[in-house]
Design a protein around this ligand. Sequence first.
Ligand code: F0G
Length: 460
Amino acid sequence: MTYQFPEAEPYRIKVVEPMKMTTRSQRERILKDAHYNIFNVRAEDVYVDLLTDSGTSAMSQDQWAGIMIGDESYAGCRNWFHLQETIQDITGHKYVVPTHQGRPAENILTMIHIRPGLSALSNMFFDSTHAHVETKGGIPRDCIIDEGLDGESDHPFKGNVEIDKLEEHIKRVGREQVALILVTVTCNNNGGQPVSMANLHAVRAVADKYGLPFFLDAARFAENAFFIKLREPGYADKSLKEIAREMFSYVDGCTMSSKKDGLVNIGGFLTLNDEAKFRQAQQYLILMEGFVTYGGMAGRDLEALARGLKEVLDESYMANRVRQVRYLGNQMLDAGVPVFKPIGGHCVLLDMKRFLPHIPQDEFPCEAFCAELYLDSGTRAIGLGQLAFGGVDNETGEVIYAPLEVVRMAIPRRVYTDNHMDVVARSVIRIYERRDSMRGVKITWQPEALRHFTAHLAPL
Ligand code: F0G
């Protein structure tokens, strides 16, 4: 049975945010002033901003109403109890630790579990989690299935963990040398690809066999639940809440960046089932974020999040969300543009190795494309390739190549209309048609670390 997607949004617009319209010649000047690096462009000079789906959602009238009943008491505000109950109800987990976004939750989780030399295993760690494992001396290891890295594979659950690889690693280093398993749902690094329920169940079995703690990075848990409903036998008639609850039942806790599936602009949390770890987490929270009943959030933020977590599990919302991401991706696929398949939950990935095969990786095809896209339509996307993940070996001077060269177009939740998606798709298709005339870019200045954020570039 094929899923009946809605034809249009299950909401109407009450408040509008005007956008600045720029001309191509204005954008040429803006881009030049930004040293051809799209991160240096002011957001108000961007038309459709697809840099990230994180913290960019539009809140509902119910969430804005919740903002007005924020209780800003230091300890024990009512909004905290509402949020705690909501999270316990969705996850079934016992203890909740509120944080100001996802990474402090990752910091606390890794402070509790990671010791120097210990491995941490995942399908794919998101960058910030990867860094939190490493800064505690741990060794992050990705165990994603091979199909997960193949942009042309149609596997329905390309976020799945390769169970043999996971177990083989535990056996090789020894159970005592593994700190934890953490699975990212959906898997952001390969374009929001889902993890199946069967796979989560299988990871749990491995965790139990070796007595290891197992957590979810739940930033996009609701989008993952929807893909399970669409694609995994036995789930078509279950509600997103029931599916999410089952996903969470296999783990000992989760980290959450509420800036994604929390439908809010800031916020996060950590859940745990183990009381001793929870007490430890609370101590770290007080030290780094704030008191145990607000963490890094204001009372009003807690309320908006409690309401957002309920809305994100509303199937009419979610079906339209996934419909819109596909609507953008399919227009490009139909025109022959090399898009990573299948289209994921929150973004469309363009494969620059196939889009601009004549531009070598060390001439940064992603950044050349992002600059061209901005000039063409004022759209902002992000390059995840050589500039972000490649570099030069300090000792040998040889170029280290990034495995993927992709541009990510992440779609904010409830923010843009399909007309905006049409603008973006047409712009990408126009650029694809004239791709042979495009040139790469070179670096004219770069910082020592994380160069993609601030590097200066120039067209070749
Ligand atoms: N986990 C995942 C899967 C993420 O995608 C992110 C953030 C985080 C954790 C960290 O959460 O930003 O609230 O501290 N991803 C954003 C992105 C930045 O653009 O994909 P945070």
